[in-house]
Design a protein around this ligand. Sequence first.
Ligand code: ZN
Length: 364
Amino acid sequence: MSPSSHDRWQAEIDRRLQQGVELEFTLAQFAGVVGAQDSDTALQAFLDNLVASTAARRIDSYRCPVRGCDRVLPPGGQPTSCPYCHTDYLQEGCEVIAEHFYRLVGETSRDIRWVIVIHGMNSRAKWQEEFSWEIANRLSYSAPVLIYKYGWATIDVFTRWLHRRLARQMGERMRIAIRQAEKSDLPTAPDIIAHSFGTLLLSRVLADAEFADLKFGRIITAASIVRPDFDWDRLVAEGRVEAVLNHVGGQDGAVSYAQYAIPGAGPGGVAGYDAKTVLNVRTDTYPHSGFFIPENLRVLISREGLWHGFLTRPLAHFRPPGSFVPEARWRPAPLPARIPTRLLAYTVFCLLAPLSWFRRRLDP
Ligand SMILES: [Zn+2]
């Protein structure tokens, strides 16, 4: 056995584990893929080694010998007849084919269930149409996408009581969507993609006991303004959330200032989240809204893309480039530093609120 062929076999095993695909195979099938002979004793030894190290299990099975049927028979002893083509092997004088499979110990890949997208402050951004189009085209199956619209939020972001109202509305809308999914036999825990101010609203829904019945699949927060110490670990432990990817833009100039102007906000989209269960990933070149520039979005949701990978792959082996663990636990900026800017923001709110109300009437 040359070291190079051993490396090639191992690389194929690693690929399958990372992508959660083709975990079950026969010796002949695997040999065909890696360009070896199934009589290759080194390959047999390699696979038997996987079994010995518990990286794989060996499953003995029988296959129907009848031409045109060729099916793997249900497990449990040597069968005397085929439940599919109803051939009685004794009567027909034919013999079942003994076969064994290898099954890699790992999770299989997962389907994107359906997605709720919660945008930042501008609800009319062009990326929404682009996103729906891309996701429908890139995925080999259709996953319904609900783009949650909370209307125009501009100066509203400065006040905590308006957040509460926006978060309540969003929680109620999510509950309706989840009930509709249940009726349509879709899974009841949607995947979520949230951006900027949408991440803060999402965190409020998750922290609100009134919405404790809502469960979510995998969550992506992009350019997050959620506090880095938000307790994602507890939500994961309680089964409210399956997993979290925090996607950080290396050129994000907005997130750092959020805590000075927006009550309850923090720089999760710069510093990363402290929670151990979260996967923090930084893309150095992205600015605050870089995630939704069509060129980037296309890459993120393509088959090899970060978002597609996070939503579909087994996460035990998922460590994309740019993954990081926050160095020190985050602390909020001292209150004296935040009070003047909050007051300023609130003053701006009071001055502009009548205008905002007026525009809302004209342009709901
Ligand atoms: Zn059969």
